[in-house]
Write a new protein. Sequence first.
Length: 567
Amino acid sequence: NKVWDKTVDVIVVGSGAGALTAALRSHDLGMRVLVVEKSDVYGGTSAISGGGIWIPDNHQISQLGGEDSEEKSISYLKNIIGHDPGDGRIEAFVGNAKKMLKYLENNTRVRYESQPAYADYYPEVEGGLPGYRSMDPLPFDARELGDEFEKLRPTTKATLMLGRMSMDMKQARVMLTRSPGFLPTTLKVMWRYWSDLPWRFKSSRDRLLMLGNALVGALRASMMDRNIPLWLSSPMKNLITENDTVIGIEVEKDGKTLRLKAQKGVILATGGFEQNQAMREQYLPQPSHTSWSGTPAGQNTGDGITAGMALGAEVAYMEHAWWAPSTLPPGEVQSQILFVERALPGSMMVNSAGKRFCNEAAPYNDIGYDMYRADQEEGVTAAPCWFVFDARFRNRYPCGPLLPGYAAPDSRLPDHLKKDDYYFRENTLEALAEKIGVDKEGLLNTVREYNANAQKGIDPEFNKGKSLFDRYYGDPTSPSSPCNAPLEKGPFYAIKVNAGDIGTKGGLRTDVHARVLDRQGQAIPGLYATGNTSASPMVQTYPGAGATLGPAMTFGYLAANHIKNDM
Ligand code: FAD
């Protein structure tokens, strides 16, 4: 009978969106909750994400004139996975995601808006939709957080205009792709930021939170409404069991090890293992490095997964990640994900043979698989590969940390992004190939063949721009087509692209209630997992924007429901 330092009903480990949803739901079902977070800020990757959630058959779809059903969504998911995983989690997700959202909207400060034009990632597959299922958080006023705003993980510069001003997804897209309305949108964002005078004197951080900061900010403020405690700088070290039941955790806090009792359950939401180099080497395809990930450096080191494994939990899909090609600017420890640039015209990705190997505008998750597949070819390197573009592209569009040339010409780029440290520029393709060590003939042939078709706006080799999804991030004003244009105007540019990720995907195997299963398929009493700590129900695929947070929040909600019903 060892002494407990604190006793509650539910302990939630981690403070991403799945964790905080689980905490709110547990509280609202009448349970005492404690959230413990390893970092000195809360929100995890969820806070720096787009905050989008993929909610099939959500209640806003019909209001917006769209149509969806559970059957359609389930069939889409099984079609893109390629089989029925058979564990019922697809059905559990589709049936409950919309309930989770309704619960949040009816009871908390979280608000979402369905995006009718944001296509599923495979809209042409049976059951896919041209929009609606991806939902974005509404902006959230940081004043609602009071002093807790200081402890919200700040969003990354990449999602802010000029590194300061918040943009929502629609504004970001208009600006990045130079879609119609580009100038008024830019001015509107700048005006809103600079005219917010009282706040400007207080902080350079934008008061209007968008994307993942809006989501986590709204969740945290809703926790404050309920006085749900959140301990920062309190990493979980171990799970505590009694008679094979999880009854608590050990955390480190203020230099001490504390024993925390969870009378009803522990929900692990410590993210994946993308920041753990040893685990990356053990499980993921190689080469692979923590710094290629777009997630916060040093945080998600697989702690929940290893703690579960130590109790005999089964893991699945450990070789998968939510892949996303990334670029690592000099001096940075965290990569920037190339979400948009690949779809813009006048660019291509090539391997060391100077050849294209994929549809560059495809969903980012596919590009990761493509890079590793192409890297298998004898004598060829595709992980990393090169993103090559011409002067017209450079002038019009951003690329990683490079602002478009019209806003930041080469001569005015910050020192750490100077030519040859980060990006390469040469007057001819031959010279560029030599500089980056790519086969010269290969690159010249590739560009020649691609250009001949791109002039007509087509890409017979990889069908770039054919899917509705490809065109979402294309430039609708491009004369040839939104995604394809010849690379013909020198100088020519290249940046190195790594096989990055936005989190790993494998983890503890869970059931329809988010219970962690052991190697015999039996639930480990008292132990639940959600988000990237659990093996994703999506297996290897990525159905649409928001397909990591949507399930993380849904299974967090379901974990709380099950703990309550099990009481
Ligand atoms: P996290 O949100 O990372 O939370 C895990 C938390 O656990 C962290 O705060 C961590 O510090 C903490 N922790 C770790 N170990 C311990 C421990 N031992 N004890 C206590 N706490 C611990 N997905 C979408 O669905 N939609 C999007 O729009 C989207 N946009 C993205 C944009 C970017 C740039 C990136 C990088 C990712 C994006 N993603 C998006 C992916 C998504 O953000 C992640 O998959 C998701 O946040 C993972 O949630 P999680 O709860 O598993 O982990």
